[in-house]
Structures are given as structure tokens and as C-alpha cells.
Write a protein of this length. Structure first.
Length: 237
């Protein structure tokens, strides 16, 4: 015959065991896909044109990629609602060269946000030379602390842009180099904001160019909105 005290101790032990089993089973249940897709996932990938390697690199700080062609594949592999920061290490002596094409045909962006910026551990402006960027149907593309030289340009279709600390200087934007930013077509309002940037000794359409036939490639509800704040223009023609 069990004493009353023994009965109480046995009951308490059963409660503890039951609680532990319930906790373990609830923690093993994976989150639903809908809840996972609502999370904002932060991703960082590194590029170094001098020391990086597209074959053996993995995009980490220790093993960076070499060219921005790898960014396209990297963005494709990230989940929806990802915020991707691409850090570039390049200087005037070793500028970054490479084209970037993020397009709706590859469903590269979707609702993803991509930021191209300087490697944060180095006190330099990332220099990108002779590179063409094609951005189509991307949610948002940011440039931060970047200097473009040579024949670099950006072709935009249905992509919002946020630019900070951009440097564009000594560029001739006469044909065939129409402009640094060129709006190709638009099915929705496109917003481009530029702040704390420098445009010096450029010729032609320095910032933005929309072709004369753009209206044929633009829906009735679309438009292009340009915002300029705290930027310097010096000796542009």
C-alpha cells in the first residue's frame, strides 16, 4: 500500500515527464512555409577582383568570389524576402570589372533587395570599371560607396534604385554611351533616389536618360521619379 506522500511524488513525476514530451514534440514541428516566407533573411556575399576565385570561392569573407557574375546565381538561390548585401573589394589600382544581369527572365530578384557596397572592413571606395548592369523587374537595388569609371552603365526596367555616396566623374555620355542610368521600359512607377553623391567633369546626359520612344514601352500608370539630395555637380557639360 503506497503512502499518501509516495502517491504525490509519483504524480509529480508523471507531470514532469508529460510536460517534457509535449515540449519536445512541439519544438520538432517545423514552421509552416507561409511563416518562413514572411521572415526577412539577411545574406552577405563577398567579391574580390584581385584575390577572389569564381571556381573555388564560396562568397565568404575568407573565400570571396572574383566576379559579379556569381552574384546572379547567389541571388537566385536565396529565399523570397531576402536582403542580400554584396561587398566588393576593389581600388583604383585594381578596379572591379564584370557585368551584372539580374532579370525577370531568371526570376533573379522577385521581392529581394540587393545592395552593392564596399567591403566594410576596408576604408576605401569600391571602384568598378567598364561594367554594364542590367536590372529588370527587381524589387530594389542599392549602390553604396561605389565609384564607377570607364564605360560602366546601368540599364533599368521596373527596378527601384537607392544610391548613396556614388562617384561618377570624367565620363563622356555622348552616343553610344547614352547615360549612366538608362530607363529601358517601365510597367510601373520607378523611383530613383540619389544622395551624398558626386558628379564631376562629365559630358552629356550625366545621370538619367529615357529614350524618346520610352512612352511606347511604358504603361499608362508608370512613370520615372528621380530624387536628388545632398549631391555635388561640378563642371558637367
Amino acid at each position: 500500500m503506497l503512502s499518501f506522500r509516495k502517491v504525490v511524488e509519483l504524480f509529480a513525476l508523471l507531470v514532469i515527464v508529460y510536460s517534457a514530451s509535449v515540449s519536445a514534440s512541439s519544438s520538432s514541428v517545423p514552421a509552416s512555409p507561409s511563416s518562413q516566407s514572411l521572415q526577412d533573411i539577411q545574406c552577405t556575399v563577398y567579391f574580390d577582383y584581385r584575390y577572389g576565385n569564381d571556381t573555388f570561392g564560396d562568397g565568404s569573407f575568407q573565400k570571396p568570389f572574383k566576379t559579379l557574375t556569381q552574384l546572379q546565381d547567389y541571388v537566385l538561390k536565396q529565399p523570397v524576402n531576402s536582403t542580400i548585401t554584396a561587398c566588393v573589394n576593389s581600388t583604383s589600382d585594381h578596379p572591379f570589372v564584370g557585368d551584372l544581369h539580374l532579370s525577370d527572365s531568371l526570376t533573379a530578384c522577385g521581392t529581394k533587395t540587393v545592395t552593392l557596397t564596399t567591403v566594410p572592413t576596408l576604408d576605401n571606395v569600391a571602384v568598378i570599371a567598364n561594367s554594364s548592369f542590367t536590372l529588370s523587374n527587381c524589387a530594389l537595388m542599392r549602390f553604396t560607396n561605389i565609384e564607377f569609371t570607364g564605360t560602366s552603365s546601368v540599364a533599368i526596367t521596373d527596378t527601384d534604385m537607392q544610391i548613396q555616396q556614388l562617384v561618377v566623374h570624367h565620363r563622356d555620355f555622348s552616343p553610344p554611351m547614352i547615360s549612366f542610368f538608362q530607363i529601358v521600359s517601365s510597367s510601373r512607377p520607378v523611383h530613383i533616389s540619389i544622395g551624398n553623391s558626386l558628379f564631376r567633369s562629365n559630358f552629356g546626359h550625366t545621370i538619367l536618360y529615357a529614350p524618346h520612344n520610352l512612352s511606347q514601352n511604358m504603361s499608362a500608370t508608370a512613370g520615372v521619379f528621380l530624387s536628388l539630395t545632398s549631391s555635388t555637380f561640378h563642371r558637367n557639360n
